[in-house]
Design a protein around this ligand. Structure first.
Ligand code: DAH
Length: 339
């Protein structure tokens, strides 16, 4: 037994000395000192030792264990120090190298345009609200008086998630959400992302942004709508900007209109920018349809209101004279840098 112990110890020492990596050392530790290790099995064979020799033998085993442990620790320290040394050498930092220039970002033209719009409407006492991009068919269509057979509901135009859940196609979906809260009067704008199943080209994208406006109070008339949007256009495009309301149709407003502003490039004489007409279309609007009010629990006999929807990209493209919407989404730094 004693020789065996001595032999195990010698062999362990040799292996420890020879090990050149920390994980190998770990294996050795397990092989000798672990639960199923060699030294442990010697201890288990204690019954084969004569009773009177047991204390002494036990002591020897313990000494062997301590010696192995110490040796492992010693070699481990050396190996760890060498590993650290190697890492420090590998990762040496040359502080004399020129620093990497960090690129400072720019506000996206969309963001700049949105901040401008918000500033104008907040200045008129509007509150900025938001609604979900993943929306119920109810808020996106039904509550807006858009009938089930309306072409906008076609799968060709709308991304459906389930039968009654979709990616909102317009920020008008926020209208009913605000109205059904029942807190009147209402004076909000709701900016956000909308989605349509459109091919990408210079003026279309499957995802773009709108800013919805909604005002509900007693005695709101079309004159309020005209005054508000005329003021908005002046603030956005300049004091001399004129507005023109062209009759149009939207299911959720009656009457409805599209609004043109006098071309801020040529002042209305007609140029390349306004395609010779002197006018540029900027938004859709109208008086909130009584049925829309009623569906959201507002009495159309007592309250009236107006709504408008602005395409944010359209404003950004106009304001910064960008001729292709795709530029807004490519995030090419050379382009963004200009704003
Ligand atoms: N939701 C309309 C669209 O996406 C835009 C719009 C038109 C919004 C008239 C309105 C409105 O609130 O009154 O084409």
């Amino acid at each position: 037994m004693r020789e065996k112990l001595e032999q195990i110890k010698l062999e362990a020492m040799k292996r420890i000395e020879a090990s050149d990596a920390l994980d190998k050392l770990k294996d050795i530790q397990v092989a000798y000192l672990g639960k199923k290790g060699e030294l442990t099995s010697v201890m288990k064979n204690m019954k084969n030792v004569a009773p009177e020799e047991r204390p002494q033998f036990g002591q020897m085993v313990n000494e062997a264990r301590t010696a192995i442990e110490n040796k492992i620790e010693e070699v481990r320290k050396t190996l760890a120090a060498a590993a650290l040394e190697k890492r420090l050498n590998d990762e040496v930092i040359d502080v004399t190298l020129p620093a990497e220039r960090s690129v400072i970002g720019h506000s996206h033209p969309n963001t700049v345009a949105l901040e401008e719009l918000e500033r104008i409407f907040v200045g008129m006492g509007y509150e900025v609200v938001e609604g979900p991009e993943i929306e119920y068919d109810y808020y996106n269509f039904e509550a807006l008086n858009i009938p089930a057979n309306h072409p906008a509901k076609d799968e060709q135009d709308t991304f459906y998630i389930t039968n009654d859940i979709l990616l909102r196609t317009q920020t008008s979906s926020v209208q009913a959400r605000i109205m059904e809260k029942g807190e009147l009067p209402i004076r909000v704008i709701a900016p956000g992302r909308v989605f349509r199943s459109d091919e990408v080209d210079a003026t279309h994208s499957p995802s773009f942004h709108q800013v919805e406006g909604l005002v509900i109070d007693k005695n709101i008339t079309f004159a309020d709508l005209k005054g508000t949007l005329a003021q908005f256009a002046k603030e956005l495009f300049g004091e001399n900007t004129k507005v023109k309301f062209r009759p149009h149709h939207f299911p959720f407003t009656e009457p409805s209109a599209e609004v043109d502003v006098s071309c801020f490039k040529c002042g209305g004489k007609g140029c390349r920018f306004c395609k010779g007409s002197g006018w540029i279309e900027i938004l859709g609007c109208g008086m909130v349809h009584p049925r829309v009010l009623k569906m959201s629990g507002i009495d159309p006999e007592k309250y009236t209101g107006f709504a408008f929807g602005i395409g944010l990209e359209r404003i950004a493209l106009l304001k910064y004279e960008i001729d292709d919407m795709r530029l807004l989404y490519e995030n090419d730094e050379r382009f963004l840098k200009q704003f």
